[in-house]
Design a binder for this molecule. Structure first.
Ligand code: AMP
Ligand code: MG
Length: 406
């Protein structure tokens, strides 16, 4: 699967959290000139080479002053210094900056000089031209996620506009006769509680937010009742608006699990998988070529925690790839000690919604007790998925496991 081919030019302020669609190359060096890194005096380091005379105090005449942004020209010769501020260009002849705090400055009507006993080495407190990047350097390679540093880099290289990939649209559909949309007028009335047998459609909004945080734009298809025809109609609507459609619910093998049937009705080739993971065992994948475009449907389980974990483990890398990210499969896994005992699943690898933290230099993983797939509250403070291998019995408190940082 290729990233979406479409690109667009955006300005610096719109580029944040987008993906670069081309290499950004520097048109000049940064820093553009040798710069003082301190407030002090630009000097010749050779004047400091005689340790004995330095011990008695070295006296240098000050010939002028340079502030940041100054364009004045000075030539520093032996025995001379130029007063200089952080960010000002290093004057010709000087090769080091003596910090203001290390000398005594005297200024009278007819005399301006400094005295110091401090040694100095060539290059001290000087920022050399091009040490951040050089003219012609690729400062942001194609496929980079444009984080705050990237935006700063572009600004420092005077790149006001950048080519980025267009944000992919992903359609989302919730299925289930029991669902009520939290945005529908009746649900927004004061004191509302769901009627008998009903629950709120949390998945739609959960997934829409997961998509947004992954760099995609959600297209909400809303809800469909548990009928193959109704679901199929919504899927067709979704494939008109997006190349990827995510559905929730109806993906297991229960009597009202109509996703496979609905997909077939909509002309998709259907794969029904059982993932060896907990939560998120059922997973349906539908694929169809529609007017030379590949349309894909990911059918997730209805329980919110299952759909969240399935999304993070399986769908997010696909979205990253679609967004044009250079390393869609890159994840960070670290080892930490679980802070309570965990029951093992005899067959499946379990992903626990967890929080990794540091305690006195030790990496710990807080694993909330409530891990049933219908429970979302324990995911509120989630910053990782702890990976619990399958096995018999329990894993004792303090055991080291991997956790994938989310
Ligand atoms: P299903 O996958 O349709 O068998 O649903 C599994 C469980 O998830 C059931 O308890 C459903 O009520 C619940 N569920 C299904 N869809 C949603 C949804 N959109 N939001 C919250 N819970 C859901
Ligand atoms: Mg259902």
């Amino acid at each position: 699967m290729a990233p979406i081919a479409e690109t667009e030019k955006v300005t610096l302020m719109e580029a944040f959290e987008r993906i670069a669609a081309g290499d950004a190359t520097a048109g000049f060096c940064v820093p553009p000139f040798d710069t003082s890194a301190m407030d002090g005096f630009a000097v010749k380091s050779a004047d400091f080479s005689d340790a004995a005379s330095l011990k008695n105090g070295l006296k240098l005449d000050i010939i002028g002053e340079l502030a940041a942004g100054a364009t004045l020209k000075f030539h520093v010769t032996s025995g001379k210094a130029v007063k200089i501020m952080t960010g000002a260009p290093l004057p010709e002849g000087a090769d080091a900056i003596l910090m203001k705090e290390l000398c005594e400055e005297t200024k009278t009507e007819n005399e301006w000089h400094l005295k110091t006993v401090s040694p100095i080495r060539a290059g001290q407190h000087v920022r050399t031209v091009g040490t951040d990047f050089k003219k012609g350097d690729v400062i942001i390679p194609r496929g980079s996620f444009l984080n705050p540093a990237a935006i700063g880099l572009l600004a420092s290289a005077a790149i006001a506009e950048i080519l980025v990939y267009k944000t992919p649209v992903v359609a989302v559909l919730s299925t289930g006769d029991e669902l009520i949309d939290p945005l529908e007028p009746a649900a927004r009335e004061k004191g509302f509680v769901p009627g008998p047998g009903k629950i709120m459609n949390s998945n739609l909004y959960l997934l829409a937010s997961l998509l947004r945080s992954s760099g995609a734009r959600p297209h909400l298809l809303g809800m469909a009742k548990d009928t193959p025809e109704g679901i199929s109609r919504k899927i067709l609507e979704g494939s008109g608006a997006a190349d990827i459609i995510i559905t929730t619910g109806g993906a297991s093998v229960g009597s009202y699990d109509y996703i496979p049937e609905a997909l077939k009705l909509a002309g998709f080739e259907v794969n029904i998988w059982k993932m060896n993971m907990k939560p998120g065992r059922p997973f349906i994948f539908g694929i169809k070529n529609e007017n030379q475009r590949m349309k894909m449907v990911f059918g997730l389980p209805g329980n919110p925690a299952s759909s969240m974990v399935s999304f993070l483990k399986i769908i997010r890398p696909v979205i990253y790839k679609l967004c044009g990210r250079a390393a869609p499969l890159e994840t960070l896994r670290v080892k930490g000690a679980i802070n309570s005992e965990v029951r093992l699943d005899p067959e499946r690898l379990t992903f626990l919604r967890a929080r990794i933290y540091e305690d006195g230099g030790r990496t710990m993983i807080d694993v909330p007790k409530k891990q049933d797939s219908n429970i979302l509250s324990s995911a509120l403070r989630l910053n990782c998925l702890a990976e619990i291998p399958s096995g018999k019995g329990t894993l004792p408190e303090g055991s080291e496991v991997f956790a994938q940082i989310i």
